[in-house]
Design a protein around this ligand. Structure first.
Ligand SMILES: [Zn+2]
Ligand SMILES: [Zn+2]
Length: 184
């Protein structure tokens, strides 16, 4: 799979510290695999600067693009501009592996690992690009901060119209929401 591509770290670093990943399959493959309600509406681009430290790799960069996600309250398609900076240290797994200890699942060995032959370190830049994308997505996507959501009874989108469910069965929370709208 595209986003699970390992490359020798030394070879990557030999090409210079700056990388741009823009193969959309890095993001569209896992979106499809995890069945995520997310569409890419403007190409995603991940930029990396890699700087090796004594026991880790400094990974600095940014991710940009645009996605469409359903609003968590009304389910309407909503566009989100992604423009996130990241700055992380990815630990080298060498120390533990050399001591013959099993890999520590808490360590980010998903991004940097000892090659299957144990001879060199390998990095998975595409997996990092996916991770940064997933973290850049809004946790609770909203079409607008004051989205009124769907009526829990009839399912009507209350941003466009008012149903009669609330009138039939007065709910103090709904009254409060209507009050907020009137005040604007
Ligand atoms: Zn909404
Ligand atoms: Zn209703």
């Amino acid at each position: 799979m595209m986003y699970d591509t390992w490359a020798p770290l030394q070879a990557v670093l030999n090409n210079g510290p700056h990388y741009v990943l823009d193969n959309q399959k890095i993001w569209t493959d896992p979106i499809a695999e995890f069945n995520m309600a997310c569409r890419i509406s403007s190409p995603i681009r991940a930029e990396f600067y890699l700087a090796p430290q004594a026991d880790s790799l400094l990974v600095r960069g940014n991710i940009t693009g645009q996605v469409i996600l359903p609003c968590v309250r009304c389910a309407e398609d909503t566009r989100f501009e992604l423009d996130e900076h990241f700055d992380t240290f990815e630990p080298f797994p060498a120390a533990d592996s050399a001591a013959g200890k099993p890999p520590d699942p808490e360590l980010d060995e998903y991004f940097i690992r000892l090659s299957p032959l144990g001879a060199s370190l390998e990095i998975n830049l595409a997996a990092l690009a996916w991770e940064e994308f997933a973290q850049a997505l809004p946790g609770r996507p909203l079409c607008s901060p004051d989205c009124a959501g769907l009526c829990p009874k009839c399912g009507l989108n209350l941003n466009y119209a008012q149903c009669i469910c609330a009138e039939e069965n007065p709910d103090p929370r709904m009254a409060k929401l209507r009050g907020l709208k009137i005040n604007q």
